[in-house]
Design a protein around this ligand. Structure first.
Ligand SMILES: Cc1cc2nc3c(=O)[nH]c(=O)nc-3n(C[C@H](O)[C@H](O)[C@H](O)COP(=O)(O)OP(=O)(O)OC[C@H]3O[C@@H](n4cnc5c(N)ncnc54)[C@H](O)[C@@H]3O)c2cc1C
Length: 398
């Protein structure tokens, strides 16, 4: 609690913040992580799905304490109920218990030497001219400053820290997925597959998901583009309608938790760095614009961010020019891929229910995997093989 200065102060102890903290502390830097929540991981704003690769590439092996349910595939449903199965296609993943996962990530960073303060709201950044030199924070009524050589903003989808530092990473409302979810018990579902439901009436420009956690428990949610207001048009209304129309799954089920949150689905942050400052994770829009998944991306970006930050601190040069290496490397890798996926998202938003049905008849699991990787040649090749997809492919070219 006496820490009021550190080499690095990290705002936010979500997956991005705690991976950055672990990587920086492990390289011998003094790290202070501040989070406004009184309990890390709670309330969750997440369906908790992650591919095994997303864990392993940041050095995490799935532990049944927090990787609570193994997933071996996905079932995609067209509006008519026609199903495309994607099983055993390298889609092995897990549904997490984020309340435990986030604490595990924090413990790992603390064991590596990082200090954490919870229930600590960062209220502003400290500036020396245009350079960021720390943050202002409030912990249970006590206001204080933390001086730091570097500030990393990992404060999530509505990052005020980046904005306060002078970097605009906030989206227009139409570039957010509006997410609403129940964690439910008593479901009749297959416990080892994710189920995704598409259709204009089901989830306009989005989808409904069922992510099982084992024992008939699952996250049942919806993400739709933009924030619709008015009775019957909110994300919650669509989800309630979906649940009511599937008694075979939900007849004996009840919610045990309600979650809601925004998901940024546009990749156009002006920059990720300035003198003494970096931004990472949802706060930097590092989210898959097709399915809204961001845990693995946030952790991967945090590892890269920490690698560059550590070298910059060692060289005693935290200028924007030095830190730009993080932005450039991210843009060449995940950034490039996500921008391709954004194009695919705009295409998917044009599809109507007939298109979804045609897709369900013509596509195999492998084809859908190719599409989600952003392999646009797949669309063209499929259209050539299956005339019913020609009108769909044309929508892609417009
Ligand atoms: C409904 C929904 C479902 C989702 N499902 C999935 C899914 O299944 N799989 C997936 O990969 N992704 C999913 N996501 C996205 C995923 O949750 C995020 O991409 C991920 O949490 C990003 O991690 P992060 O560390 O960048 O931000 P966050 O996890 O949001 O962490 C930010 C942290 O910053 C703290 N903070 C914010 N402001 C301040 C402040 N001023 N001072 C101090 N602390 C602050 C917050 O308390 C929080 O702990 C979903 C999102 C939603 C909304």
């Amino acid at each position: 609690m006496n820490d009021r200065s550190a080499d690095v102060v990290i705002v936010g102890a979500g997956p991005a913040g705690s991976i950055a903290a672990y990587e920086m502390a492990g390289r011998g830097h003094s790290v202070l992580v501040l989070d406004k929540r009184q309990e890390l991981g709670t309330p969750k704003r997440c369906a908790e799905g992650i591919n095994i690769k997303g864990l392993q590439e940041v050095g995490l092996e799935p532990n049944p304490l927090w990787a609570v349910n193994k997933i071996v595939g996905s079932h995609i449903y067209a509006p008519s109920g026609k199903r495309v199965e994607m099983n055993d296609l390298g889609t092995t993943g897990f549904v997490l218990e984020r309340k435990i996962f986030e604490k595990h990530l924090a413990k790992r960073a603390i064991d590596a030497g990082a200090k954490y303060m919870v229930k600590t709201l960062v209220t502003d950044v400290l500036k020396d001219g245009d350079r960021i030199v720390g943050v202002k924070a409030r912990h249970m009524g006590e206001e204080f400053d933390v001086n730091a050589k570097l500030v990393i903003a990992a404060d999530g989808v509505d990052s005020m820290t980046a904005k306060r530092a002078g970097i605009n990473t906030l989206n227009k409302l139409s570039d957010y997925h509006s997410g609403f979810q129940y964690e439910m018990a008593g479901l009749r579902i297959q416990n080892d597959v994710l189920s995704l439901y598409f259709g204009v009436e089901v989830a306009p420009k989005g989808y409904v998901w069922i992510f099982p956690k084992g024992g008939g428990i699952a996250n049942v949610g919806i993400g739709i583009v933009g924030v619709e207001s008015g009775e019957g048009r909110r994300a919650r209304d669509y989800l309630d309608k979906f649940i009511a129309s599937h008694p075979e799954v939900f007849e004996n089920a009840s919610p045990i938790e309600v979650n809601a949150g925004g998901i940024p689905v546009k990749i156009d942050a002006e920059t990720f760095v300035k003198d003494g400052f970096m931004v990472v994770g949802d706060a930097a829009q590092q989210v898959n614009p097709i399915h809204g998944g961001g845990i693995a991306l946030a952790m991967r970006a945090a590892k890269l961010c920490a690698e560059v930050a550590s070298s910059a601190l060692t060289e005693d040069d935290v200028s924007r020019e030095r830190l730009l290496e993080y932005e450039t490397r991210w843009m060449e890798g995940d950034g490039k891929h996500l921008k391709r996926l954004l194009k695919l998202r705009y295409f998917l938003e044009k599809l109507d229910d007939k298109d979804f049905e045609n897709f369900a008849v013509a596509l195999r699991g492998e084809d859908i995997m190719a599409l989600t990787r952003g392999d646009f040649k797949a669309i063209v090749n499929l259209a050539l093989k299956s005339p019913r997809l020609l009108p769909v492919a044309k929508k892609f070219l417009v």
